[in-house]
Write a protein that binds this ligand. Structure first.
Ligand SMILES: O=C(O)c1cccc(C(=O)CC[C@H]2O[C@@H](n3cnc4c(=O)[nH]cnc43)[C@H](O)[C@@H]2O)c1
Length: 251
C-alpha cells in the first residue's frame, strides 16, 4: 500500500512522521520534496500494491491551489516512476464548528467540500456546480472512512475547504447554514482531492481540531495539542490503511 500524505506546513508533516518508528528519508521529485516513512517490513519507495504500508509525506503549502499543485506533482512523479500511489491522505490541523467538533478532537471527512468555490449573487452564494461547472465535493471511500474513524475514535462529517480562514461569528453561522453536516473547515482538502481524482486515486482527509471556527483569536489556537492528536491518529491509522484494499472495498 503506497500512500501520499499531504499536509499544509512542515510542522504538520513532522507530526505525521512522528507516528512512525524510523526517521523519514528525504527524496526530491520535480516540484516537490517528499519524506518517506514506513511500517516495519514495508517495501521501499520503488514498490507499489496492497502490501505493507509505506507513505510519502509532503508539506504541500497552504490553501487549495498550492495543495493541488504539489499533490499533483507528487502523484505524477510516482506514476511516471512506475510506483503510483494507492491512496492520498490530506492531513493537518483545522478549525472545528462548535459544539460538534471541539478543540482537540479528530475528524475524518466523509465529504470534502469546497465551501467558497462559486459566485455571490443577489440571492446569496451559488456553488460552481449550479453555474454548470466542475465539482464542489469529493467523497472518500465509505469503508475507509468507517475503518479510519473506528480505529482512531474520530468523528466523521463534512470537512469544508476555504481559501479564507473564517474570522467572524456571522461567517461561521453562514457556512454552517449552507453545510449543516460540516464539522471542520481547513484550507487544502479540496485541492488535494482534485489532484487525487485527476489521477484516479481515492482520497481521505483527517483533521485535528486546533481552534473553533468563529471570531478570530489566533492566540487561542491549540496548535501543539492538535499536532499531538495528529501524531496519535496516524499511529492508529497506518495499520488500517495497510489492510484497506481499494479494489474490493469501495463502499
Ligand atoms: O505556527 C505554527 O507553529 C503552526 C504549526 C502547524 C500549523 C500551522 C498552521 O497555521 C496551519 C495552517 C493550516 O491549518 C488549517 N487551519 C487551522 N485552523 C483553521 C481554520 O480555523 N480555518 C481554516 N483553516 C484552518 C488550514 O488548513 C491551514 O492551512 C501553524
Amino acid at each position: 500500500m503506497r500512500v501520499l500524505v499531504a499536509t499544509a506546513v512542515p510542522a504538520e508533516r513532522d507530526a505525521v512522521a512522528a507516528a512512525f518508528p524510523a526517521p523519514a528519508r528525504e527524496r526530491v521529485a520535480p516540484g516537490v520534496v517528499l519524506r518517506s516513512v514506513a511500517l516495519p517490513g514495508a517495501p521501499g519507495p520503488a514498490r507499489s500494491g496492497d502490501g505493507p504500508f509505506a507513505a510519502d509525506l509532503l508539506a504541500a503549502g497552504v490553501g487549495p491551489a498550492a495543495a493541488a499543485a504539489s499533490a499533483g506533482a507528487a502523484l505524477a512523479a510516482a506514476s511516471l516512476g512506475g510506483a503510483p500511489y494507492d491512496l492520498v491522505v490530506c492531513a493537518g490541523i483545522g478549525g472545528g464548528f462548535p459544539p460538534d467538533a471541539p478543540v482537540g478532537s479528530l475528524v475524518v471527512a466523509d465529504r470534502i467540500t469546497a465551501a467558497d468555490l462559486g459566485a455571490e449573487t443577489a440571492d446569496g452564494f451559488v456553488p460552481v456546480t449550479e453555474l454548470g461547472f466542475g465539482v464542489v465535493t469529493h467523497v472518500p471511500p465509505a469503508s475507509l472512512v468507517r475503518e479510519a474513524a473506528a480505529a482512531t475514535g474520530a468523528l466523521t462529517g463534512a470537512v469544508l475547504t476555504v481559501s479564507t480562514v473564517t474570522g467572524s461569528a456571522g461567517r461561521a453561522a453562514e457556512l454552517r447554514r449552507r453545510h449543516p453536516e460540516a464539522l471542520v473547515e481547513a484550507m487544502e482538502g479540496f485541492g488535494v482531492a482534485e489532484a487525487a481524482a485527476a489521477h484516479g486515486v481515492p482520497v481521505l482527509e483527517v483533521r485535528a481540531v486546533s481552534n473553533p471556527v468563529g471570531p478570530r483569536d489566533r492566540a487561542a489556537w491549540r496548535i501543539g495539542e492538535a499536532l499531538a492528536v495528529l501524531t496519535g491518529a496516524f499511529g492508529k491509522l497506518a495499520p488500517v490503511l495497510e489492510s484497506w484494499n481499494r479494489h474490493d472495498r469501495t463502499h
